[in-house]
Write a protein that binds this ligand. Sequence first.
Ligand SMILES: Nc1ncnc2c1ncn2[C@@H]1O[C@H](COP(=O)(O)OP(=O)(O)OP(=O)(O)O)[C@@H](O)[C@H]1O
Length: 580
Amino acid sequence: MDNKHLWFLNDLNPKQKEICISDKNLILTACPGSGKTRTLTYRLAFLSTIYSASNKLNIAITYTNRASEEIKSRLLSLDIDLRNVWGGTIHQFCLEFIIRPYSMYSKRLSRGYRIIDEFVQNRYVNEISKKLQIRLGFNENPFAYPAVVEEYNKRLEESKEIDFNMILQLSHDLLSQNDFICKNIASLLRTVHVDEYQDTNELQYQILGSIFRENNTIRYFFIGDTNQAIYGGIGGIAKNKKELDSLFGTDFEVDRLDGCYRSTQRVINFYSKFQIDSSIISSESELRDMTGVITYDRLTNKNNISNKIAAIIQEQLESGVPENEICVVAPRWWLLYPISKTLRELLPDVSFDAPDVTPIKYDPMNVFYLISQIKFSESGRYSSLRKRIAGEIISILLNDYKLALPDYVDCYFVLKCINSAKICDENGIETFTNTVETLMSLCKIDMEQEIYLKRAYIDFLNKVNERIDNYDLSIDMESFNKCFREKKGVVINSYHGVKGEEYTTVIAFGLLNGYIPYWNLVYGDYNKRVIETSKLLYVVCSRAKKNLYLISEQGRTTQKGEPLTPTEELVAGCEDFALN
Ligand SMILES: Nc1ncnc2c1ncn2[C@@H]1O[C@H](COP(=O)(O)OP(=O)(O)OP(=O)(O)O)[C@@H](O)[C@H]1O
C-alpha cells in the first residue's frame, strides 16, 4: 500500500501509531483524553484502506449510538470508504448479525417478533403487578418478584414480543446451540473493536467469545479505562487479561496509552483526586499550563440555578468560548428539562443542543419510529442516511414481522411512498397516520390482517398521544419536525450522556447525595458508594479542557422534605485543592 493513502497516521503519536497498525489481540487501557477514540477511529481507517479490496468487516462496538455516529463521521471526514466498516452498539450487532438472519433457528423468534420499548414494558409490568395484587414501592424493581417475571415472560411469548434485554440472551442462545451460526458470522469478520470495554457485561463477552473461538484469525481489541467504569450497577465488568485469555482461548497483549491531550494540568490534577487505580497523568495539551477556572459553589439556591448557569454561559461566550464548547450537565433528565427551558428564555440569542420534550421519543428499533424519522426530517439532506433508514424499515418488516413484500419494494420505493404521503400542517399525528397508511397500502400490507404490526402501531400512537397530553405539547408539524432536527449550540446532557465527549467549559449541577450517589448507594455498602461516586465524578470532571464549574445547589429536598446535602466525595476532593 502506497504510504500517501495512509497520510492520516501522521496525526498519531508513535505509541498510538504502533497500536493502530498492530496485528495482535489487545487490551488497551488509557486515561481520559489519551486518544483512545482517535486511535480506534484511525485503526478502522487504516484497516479499511489496506484491505479495501476485501469484504471482511472491521467492527466497532460502542456503548452508545452517539459514539458510533461520531466514529463514522470522523471516518467520513478522513475520506474513508465505510464499506468494510460496521459500527454500532452490541444490541445492534446482535440484531443485525445474529437475530435477523438466524431467527428461524429460534423457537421464540421463528414466528416473528417485535421489540417492545420501555413504554410498553412499563405498561405490562403495571398491569401484571395490579393483577397479582403487588403494590410496588417507590423505585422498587418489579422484576424482583418471580411471579411478575413469570407472568411477564408468558405475556411476551404469547404476543410474539421481546424486550431490549432479551436481544442479548436470545443471541447468546442461538450461538451456543448452533455452532454453524458462530462459524458463519466469524467468517465475515476481520477485526472486532470493543470501545469502553469496562462497561461490557458477561453475556456480551460470551457472545463475542463464542464467535472468536470459531475463527482465531479475527483480531480483537478491547479499549477502555477502568476508572471510568460507571455501569457496574448494571453488570459492566472490565475483564482482565487472564479472564479474556481463558474466554477467547488466546493470548491477549496488554498495552496502554499515556498522556492526556485534552485538559490543562490543573483540571487533570483535580479529577485525579477521584481516580480508583491511581496513576499519574500528564497533560500533552496545548492548554497544559493554563489556569482556567475550577470552582465549587454550595451557596446558590435551586430557584436561582438557571440565572447562575446563564451568567456563566454568558461570561464564557463573551470570553470567546464557542457555544458547542460549553456543556451543562446534571445527573438526571428531570433536572435538565426545566433548566433547558429557562436557559432558552434567559439567553434567547444562544443556541442549545438540549433535550426537548417532543411527541416522538428516540426508539430506533421501532419500525414506526423509523417511518416518522423519514417523514419528519428534512428531505433534501442526508440522503444516504435516509436510504439506510428505509433499508432498516424493509429489514424489520421482512425479518421481525415475517411479512412478504412485493419484489418492487426497495429503499427508493419506501422513500417515495413516505415522501408522497399527504402532509397536514396543523396536525403531525394525521400526517403520520397518512404516511403509515400510504406506505402499507403501496407495499400491499393489510394492517388488519397483521395483528402484531397493528399492535405495535397502536402502541406507538398511544405513546405519542400520552407524551402530548402529559407534557402539553403542540401537535402541529413543527412540533414533530423538531424531534428530528439536528441540534447545535451549548450542550445540555446527563452525566452518563457526556461520557467520551470533551468541552472547554463544563458546568455540572445536582451534585447532591441522593442524586450522585443515588439513594441505593447512599444506604448501601460504604466502600462501594465511594468507588461508584468517585468514578462518576472522574468521568464528569475529565470532560473539561479548561474550565470546571461545580454546583451543589441548596433547597432541594427528598420527597419527605429532608434537605439534600452536597456529595461527600466531592466535598472531600475539593478540601485541599486551590479552587478559584
Ligand atoms: N496524538 C495526538 N495529537 C494531538 N491531539 C490528540 C492526539 N491524540 C488525541 N488527541 C486529541 O485529544 C482529545 C482526546 O482524544 P480522545 O477523545 O480520542 O480521547 P479518549 O482517550 O477517547 O478520551 P475519553 O476516555 O475521555 O473518552 C481529542 O481532541 C483528540 O483529537
